[in-house]
Ligand binder design. Structure first.
Ligand code: ADP
Ligand code: ADP
Length: 230
């Protein structure tokens, strides 16, 4: 079953840049999916369509088999279920303290204060930042901000988490840690999608790989099929 699907997406930015060029993709529930492609291939633009931040010029997005209609209620549901961790955590963090930051999403879902506290605690525990609870977000290191931006998303308990270039700035040790972390959340039933330039990472980690170029999909398959010439 596919959890997220894009059908024949065409998208141009307001300045005329054609970012998606008739792109179709189907992401299976519960899988580990890697999206490979050079800078500018359209990966981030697709992700922004997957949680309704961008709306295609042509084509459609389906979540759990349902076509997104861009009405308020459906968008809210989509954003609750599809979390994106952006490359730059400063794009995501805006509250004054770490606790406030992570509780923002769950509060917005209308959960009780008790439930919100529980979710924030669990998300901070999993990302190893319980000691940062009272810290002002502007005093944090890059690595700490990154963890908070992940905790932000986890606290929403989405069905899919998309990581935009999660390892691009990381040294090997931090990269291995984050990959272990992806596997852990995947075991809990979350579909994990990540974009990367790293062919070895896609090969060793993913159940399924999509190769992007120029706003289209160039190839898809299990790593063994896609990289059989390696
Ligand atoms: P990727 O994530 O694969 O690096 P992007 O989706 O960011 O690719 O970019 C796809 C294309 O859209 C590129 O040509 C990029 O320059 C362009 N683009 C991205 N964001 C914008 C924007 N806000 N305005 C205009 N063009 C953009
Ligand atoms: P920690 O809180 O785990 O000590 P650091 O701030 O040392 O985190 O950074 C964690 C990782 O983020 C490192 O692998 C480092 O290469 C990377 N990093 C640190 N600062 C930046 C930055 N300004 N831009 C991009 N990557 C960074």
């Amino acid at each position: 079953d596919s959890i997220l699907e894009a059908q024949d997406l065409i998208f141009k930015y307001p300045d005329g840049t054609k970012a998606l060029n008739g792109l179709s993709i189907s992401i299976e529930k519960g899988k580990k999916v890697a999206v490979l492609g050079a800078n500018g291939a359209g990966k981030s633009t697709l992700f922004l369509h997957f949680n309704g931040i961008l709306q295609p010029n042509e084509g459609q997005i389906l979540f759990d088999g349902e076509v997104i209609n861009y009405k308020k209620k459906m968008l809210k549901e989509l954003r609750k279920n599809v979390g994106i961790v952006f490359q730059d955590p400063d794009m995501q963090l805006f509250s004054s303290s770490v606790f406030q930051e992570i509780s923002f999403g769950p509060l917005n879902l209308g959960l009780s204060e008790e439930k919100v506290k529980e979710r924030v605690h669990d998300a901070m525990e999993v990302t190893g930042i319980l000691d940062l609870k009272e810290k002002p977000t502007h005093l944090l290191s890059y690595g700490q901000k990154k963890r908070i931006s992940i905790a932000d998303i986890l606290a929403m308990k989405p069905q899919v988490i998309i990581f935009d270039e999660p390892t691009v700035w990381l040294d090997p040790k931090h990269s291995i840690e984050i990959i272990d972390f992806f596997n852990e959340i995947n075991k809990q039933g979350i579909t994990v999608v990540l974009s990367t330039h790293n062919v070895d990472l896609a090969y060793s980690w993913a159940d399924y790989v999509y190769v992007f170029a120029e706003g289209k999909i160039l190839g898809t398959g299990e790593p063994e099929e896609i990289f059989k010439d390696k």
